[in-house]
Write a protein that binds this ligand. Structure first.
Ligand code: IPE
Ligand code: IPE
Ligand code: MG
Length: 257
């Protein structure tokens, strides 16, 4: 009997909340920004891990819609760090076959950042080894609200009938609709919440939390997460017997994952 893809030990799509930079710095009696800088290095650890382990899609929560409300100094410093990272890393990502894109409200960024984002997306558009999505100025509720607006516009323009709106059509309008939904979600920093990350997309994602602060992330921690994921039984609302033995009972949506 073929094993449904959704039970494979390696996630096809990993979604990560990179949290704990500020606390990492505070423990060292350093400014929060030092933590963010150290956090930027941990991003490479995570990307390397995905490339080595054949994880095809990685989505990183870098900056939330709500993070704009942080002190001006921190937001300004984060923007500078973001711009520097774009300038420094994109060529190497391209060389390694990584496709980069950004999800979130990008009109809130400065022109210089917008241009670098656009450049990164265009340069790497043809890459297929790893699909890296950076959620920046992103909020899950905002994502869902924008999908609803897009559908409403289609209805108003006569392109869509209200009765044609269902989970499938809605799902094509939220971010990352061209990727399988995340199989595994990781949050570092010890807090066990989703903080307005991919609310729609995480419906059946396996969640894994660690006390490790983001700047301390290493391959060992990621291996632990993958091992935990591999030991889980994903049931998608079915019974354990169904998912264990009867692949024909896997709903088409789950089987396609
Ligand atoms: C995550 O680290 C990075 C961003 C939200 C930009 P934090 O800055 O939230 O770090 P803590 O949670 O305060 O330690
Ligand atoms: C979530 O972390 C957002 C990012 C990591 C970018 P936060 O630090 O903003 O989340 P809360 O405030 O602890 O929920
Ligand atoms: Mg935090």
């Amino acid at each position: 009997m073929p094993i449904p893809q959704n039970t494979l030990p390696v996630p096809r799509h990993l979604a990560v909340i990179m949290d704990g930079n500020g606390r990492w710095a505070a423990r060292r009696k350093r400014p929060r920004m030092i933590g963010h800088r150290a956090g930027a290095r941990a991003v490479n650890t995570c990307i390397d891990f995905c490339l080595e382990h054949g994880i095809g899609a990685l989505t990183l929560f870098a900056f939330s819609s709500e993070n704009w409300g942080r002190p001006e100094e921190e937001v300004g410093a984060l923007m500078k760090l973001f711009l520097n990272a774009l300038e420094r890393e994109v060529d190497e990502l391209h060389r390694r076959g990584v496709r980069v894109r950004f999800i979130g409200e990008r009109h809130r960024f400065s022109t210089s950042i917008l241009e670098r984002m656009q450049h990164a997306e265009t340069l790497t558009a043809g890459n297929t080894r790893l699909h890296l999505s950076i959620a920046a100025s992103y909020g899950g509720r905002q994502d869902i609200a924008m999908a609803a607006r897009a559908l409403a516009e289609d209805v108003a323009a006569g392109r869509l009938r209200p009765e044609d709106i269902d989970e499938a059509t809605f799902g094509t309008r939220v971010a990352l609709s061209d990727l399988p939904p995340p199989d595994l979600f990781i949050r570092t920093g010890g807090d066990t919440r989703i903080s307005n990350f991919l609310l729609w997309q995480l419906a059946y994602t396996e969640l894994w939390f660690t006390e490790t602060l983001w700047p301390e992330l290493d391959a060992d921690t990621l291996r632990q997460a993958i091992a935990a994921y591999a030991s889980r039984e994903r049931r998608f609302g079915l019974t354990g017997d169904q998912v264990a033995g009867l692949a024909t009972h896997i709903p088409p949506e789950a089987a396609a994952r």
